[in-house]
Design a protein around this ligand. Structure first.
Ligand code: T1G
Length: 699
């Protein structure tokens, strides 16, 4: 008997209990334990039925993702399932927590399934770039029909137990103690001599499918750029409809084998663990005591401040919003309400929920109203002197222990903290716009930020539905410092002859949600131009390549809002290439003696993406980023870098760090050190033939 799964008898009912924290994933010992338990109990003449149940927080949450890509050990999952399905007595899967992926597939190989009301079941493999590889694509369509099954598997989201009961994925929802409920269910099966119902034997009536069902479904897949799994899933469901079970299983096997080896799936599996890794701060123990955060305040009711306040209200935390004037406060509150009403109109919130959230947001003009809150987040002008003044005030008004956070995107947090008497309570919480939508939160750790403050803010990130990533203090922290290189190279290539449409198209095809120039038009070119003119030292400009956007703004081309920026826009706000812009740039280039040339698509990728990778490598050297996966999480959740490429640092490994390094060296020779500053880490990895996955080996 393996420690991962034990078995016992209670009267004439056998019970196999899986006990493999944290989520009872189907590791080799778990598979071996279930396999041996079924064999032993099936051979025991006294046993009339067998229950498969799990200890801990959940039923089996899937295959053990950490085993992927490693040589298989012990019986594979399909062998375990065959042993279950061919047992001589009924097997009942008793589900709590989440039965996901291989966990649900194991349950589908049982003859019956019961679950507690709070349980959820699902086949989320598509989110890992995979498809259910243990019969899920063949059994689920037999249980709930191919149409529903296809949607469930391509969607990948869990189904709550009551809904799963309706769909007949489970046979009973048991109230109270799951084990007792399962035993009771088993006894009833024995008493009524219930059949050994095998899901694989259920026939699918292909005639019930709407005409052209699969073809029509495929049309909806086009928006899933770069993800091969959904198409493969369609093929397996077609096989379930058209082929015998065992033939369909071969199609499934071929599909998952191909997907498992794909870069897209490796990237998504990497992201799965990366999202969890970034929550771990090497020098901050997991059990660091947290400060309570039961009330909050936000300074500034502008776009950022309003969005930040909504995050707290959404999490049920009362939040006071402070503004300098009644007019600004009223405007801010109006925008907040409008945002909620828009969500309500889309059916994602009820009127009652909106009212509840609005009731949690209190507008105020007085700092006195926030003297007792647990955390204050300053979201006002990006101006150091103004921020210092505000933090002096907060330091004098806020209660001891209150966390004083700045939403600054660029400024030196240590300098802000230095004007307070409590630098250990000062931290940066850099939200990405729109703050109530974007999942990313850069948690900027000052030199004196307390470990408990850091741990509290990382936990708060999770509470308000964000992914918190720790960043050190530097100009632009992790994300914006890298995006400046990315955008800087795009700007240079405009001078050198690439068109806005070419640059944006190449980067869109690479997988970015939108090219940098179209993004600039969307945000408003005047916004960046104003920032550059007000804070020249914050946005150092390469004198050889001034910012084209400033030239366009000077000509009244502010972007979408003026129907002209890098592109021209009709009433439909569709970006159309504008020969006038190309002429403006060409003329400016001639004036500056910059020779224009044909620029290849490959050069655009290298110069924008590799410049960012090089900057990311430098951030690792400086300790600004804790790990390459932190950088990748930031880019995927803050800038829409394609998840199927795993983030810029993961992407560098797939390209080959030596290739990236060679290109960086080439561009440094051509353009100097400004955007291509030397990274000894990149160089060391390249020379060692290693990737960022092994960066610690060379640090
Ligand atoms: N394998 C290995 N480790 C896993 C794991 C898994 N499947 N799921 C979670 N963990 C680890 C996770 O890394 C973390 O570790 C800890 O467990 C707690 O996880 C054949 C091929 C179950 C809903 O995709 O969705 O089956 O950081 O922080 O928020 O067809 O984990 O503590 O060291 O997420 O309470 C399909 C993935 C696999 C489910 C729990 N299954 N897991 O959420 O905890 S592929 C999945 C989850 C497959 C078959 C195919 C969630 C959860 P650490 P957590 P949580």
């Amino acid at each position: 008997m393996s420690v991962a799964a034990r078995w016992e008898k209670q009267g004439d009912i056998g019970i196999i209990t899986v006990d493999s924290p944290p989520v009872n994933a189907l590791s080799a010992p778990v598979r071996q334990g279930i396999f041996d338990g079924v064999k032993a109990l099936d051979a025991d003449a006294e046993v009339k039925a067998i229950i498969l149940i799990c200890d801990g927080r959940t039923f089996i949450a899937g295959a053990d993702i950490t085993e992927f890509g490693k040589p298989p050990k012990g019986p594979d999952l399909r062998s375990v399932q065959e042993t279950m399905e061919n047992a001589s007595k009924p097997i009942i899967a008793a589900i709590h927590g989440t039965a996901l992926g291989g966990g649900l597939e194991t349950a589908l190989a049982a003859h019956y399934r019961v679950a507690v009301p709070s349980a959820q079941v699902g086949l989320p493999e598509v989110k890992l770039g995979l498809l259910p590889g243990a019969g899920g694509t063949q059994r689920l369509p037999r249980l709930i029909g191919p149409e529903r099954a296809l949607k469930v598997i391509v969607d990948g989201n869990p189904i709550k137990a009551p809904e799963a009961r309706k769909l007949e994925i489970i046979d009973a929802v048991v109230d109270g103690d799951l084990r007792e409920g399962a035993l009771d269910f088993a006894r009833k099966l024995i008493d009524r001599g219930a059949p050994l119902r095998k899901v694989r034997d259920i026939q699918i009536d292909a005639s019930s499918l709407p005409e052209n069902f699969f073809a029509d479904f495929r049309k909806g897949l086009n928006k899933l750029r770069g993800f091969p799994a959904p198409e493969k899933i369609v093929q397996t469901i077609e096989a379930a409809v058209n082929l015998p079970f065992d033939e369909g299983m071969k199609v499934e096997r071929a599909g998952i084998t191909e997907l498992m080896a794909s870069t897209e799936s490796k990237a998504l599996r990497y992201m799965f663990f990366a999202e969890r890794e970034v929550a771990k701060i090497p020098d901050v123990p997991r059990d660091t005591p947290l400060r309570k955060i039961e009330t909050a305040a936000v300074l500034g009711a502008g776009t950022m401040g309003g969005g930040i306040a909504m995050n707290f209200a959404n999490a049920g935390i009362p939040v006071t919003v402070i503004e300098a004037t009644q007019e600004a406060l009223d405007r801010g509150m109006k925008i907040i309400e409008q945002n909620y009403r828009n969500t309500q109109a889309k059916g994602r919130l009820t009127a009652g929920q909106v009212d509840t959230r609005l009731s949690l947001i209190t507008p105020s003009l007085s700092y006195d109203d926030i003297a007792g809150v647990d955390i204050v987040i300053e979201a006002i002008f990006e101006n150091m002197e103004i921020k210092k003044e505000v933090f002096r005030k907060l330091d004098s008004i806020c209660k001891p222990g209150c966390i004083l956070a700045s939403n600054t995107s660029y400024l030196d947090l240590n300098e802000i903290a230095s004007v307070t008497g409590r630098p250990e309570d000062v931290i940066g919480l850099h939200f990405f716009s729109p703050a109530n939508v974007m999942r990313l939160l850069e948690v900027v750790r000052g030199a004196k930020t307390g470990k408990d403050v850091l741990a509290t803010c990382m936990a708060l990130a999770k509470t308000i539905g964000k992914i918190g990533v720790v960043a050190g203090v530097c100009h632009g922290f992790i994300g914006n410092r890298m995006i400046a290189r990315y955008g800087g190279e795009a700007n240079k290539m405009l001078w050198e002859g690439a068109t806005p449409h070419q640059i944006d198209s190449v980067l869109y095809d690479f997988g970015m949600p939108m090219g940098p120039l179209q993004m600039g038009d969307l945000a408003g070119l005047d916004v960046g131009a104003r920032a550059r003119s007000e804070f020249p030292d914050m946005f150092p400009i390469d004198p050889k390549f001034p910012v084209i956007a400033d030239i366009l703004v000077a000509k009244g081309r502010h972007g979408q809002k003026t129907k002209a920026g890098y592109y021209k826009y009709g009433d439909d706000r569709k970006a159309m290439p504008d020969p006038e812009v190309e002429a403006i740039i060409a003329a400016a280039a001639r004036e500056r003696g910059i020779e224009q040339r044909e620029i290849s698509n490959e050069e655009i990728i290298e110069r924008c993406i590799y410049a960012a990778i090089n900057e990311g490598a430098r951030e690792l050297e400086e300790g600004i980023a804790l790990r390459p996966c932190d950088i990748d999480i930031i880019w995927i959740n803050g800038y829409g870098f394609p998840s199927y490429r795993g983030g810029p640092m993961f992407y560098a490994d797939t390209v080959g760090v030596d290739k990236v390094h060679a290109a960086v060296e080439k561009y440094r020779q051509l353009y100097g050190d400004r955007s291509w500053k030397h990274s000894w880490l990149l160089e060391k990895l390249a020379r060692a033939g290693k990737g960022f996955a092994d960066w610690k080996d060379v640090m």
